[in-house]
Design a protein around this ligand. Structure first.
Ligand SMILES: NC(=O)c1ccc[n+]([C@@H]2O[C@H](COP(=O)([O-])OP(=O)(O)OC[C@H]3O[C@@H](n4cnc5c(N)ncnc54)[C@H](OP(=O)(O)O)[C@@H]3O)[C@@H](O)[C@H]2O)c1
Length: 294
């Protein structure tokens, strides 16, 4: 297949590209630094670099300013939002003008879609959002992406959870945990809906291959855990104590709204649609997933 990817240089995108290359697909990656991409991947700096002769079977949209790198100042919030909306809007404009159109469009989103309120209720793809910044970004991002559907392109909105892989959120946590200074955040009762990176890639491939899947798809494991359970599992896998805890008030002071929305709240998200579509998870158990990654 010919596949166009945005964000193909990132934490998730680079693993995805390696997997797709193993399967002999031809990849074009849209990047702000196309010169860094190496053959056989073709890098482009703009969608206008694509000729009419280039026909894509699938398009995967993962580009965006990192959400957890910096404090959410007004300027940073705009960068987070605009980087996603502008890339997605450019893809929709591209889809409108090309023929034949791709068969499938997988566009990134996040479980932040479901908002920040505290609840122990399980949430599937029918869940709704709220006024939090995370929920607003995802709603606006998805509202643009879904415009590909009436153009005749099957569109999946990948509501990704906390991805466990070599880097990402786990990469940031590992330092203190390895030093024996890891511990729960706040009261530890907030849910962490995690997924092993290989399963996220598996879900993307499953969405490409199965014509019946469209709309929102939760990219999370079937067994979300609380922050307290996650802390204990990571300590056990690393064989390190986890006595410390970071009080919520300190997290709010250090990280502001970002810490409040991403670290101190979290919902129990279930991957109902992809399981009903026949995807079998490789990593359902958190300790196994962590042991594989660390
Ligand atoms: N990792 C997770 O746990 C997680 C969880 C939920 C949702 N997601 C979503 O899944 C997508 C991929 O995640 P990731 O962790 O792989 O992302 P990432 O590594 O932070 O970034 C993906 C790519 O986005 C491009 N990018 C970065 N800043 C940009 C900007 N200001 N404007 C335009 N493009 C920019 C970069 O590509 P170039 O440098 O090549 O341009 C980068 O390689 C993201 O949209 C993220 O929000 C991730």
């Amino acid at each position: 297949m010919n596949i166009l990817i945005t964000g193909g240089t990132g934490f998730i995108g680079s693993v995805l590209c390696s997997r797709l290359l193993e399967d002999q697909h031809h990849l074009v990656v849209l990047s702000r630094h196309p010169e860094t991409l190496q053959s056989p991947v073709q890098g482009i700096g703009s969608l206008s670099d694509l000729t009419d002769a280039m026909i894509f079977d699938a398009v995967i949209n993962l580009a965006g300013e990192p959400i957890v790198e910096k404090r959410w100042s007004d300027g940073q919030k705009q960068r987070i939002l605009r980087s996603r909306l502008d890339t997605t809007q450019a893809l929709i404009a591209y889809f409108t003008r090309i023929e034949p159109k791709p068969k499938v469009f997988i566009s990134g989103s996040a479980i932040g879609y479901y908002g920040t309120g505290r609840t122990n209720e399980s949430i599937d793809e029918t869940g709704v959002g709220d006024d939090s910044f995370s929920s607003q970004i995802c709603r606006q991002w998805e509202t643009i992406a879904i415009q590909a559907q009436p153009l005749g392109i099957r569109t999946c909105l990948l509501r990704t959870g906390i991805v466990l892989g070599n880097g990402g959120a786990l990469g940031k946590m590992l330092g203190p945990f390895k030093l024996g200074a890891g511990g729960r955040m706040g009261d530890g009762t907030q849910w962490m809906s995690w997924i092993h990176i290989n399963d996220l890639i598996g879900i993307i491939l499953h969405c490409i291959e199965h014509d019946g899947i469209q709309g929102p798809v939760n990219g999370t494991s079937p067994h979300p855990v609380t922050n307290q359970q996650f802390t204990e599992a990571l300590g056990k896998v690393l064989n390190r104590p986890t006595f410390f805890s970071m009080p919520g008030v300190v997290i709010k002071l250090l990280m502001g709204q970002m810490g409040e929305e991403l670290l101190l709240t979290g919902k129990k998200i279930l991957p109902k649609k992809i399981q009903e579509a026949g995807y079998t998870f490789v990593y359902e158990n958190l300790e196994q997933a962590l042991a594989d990654v660390v």
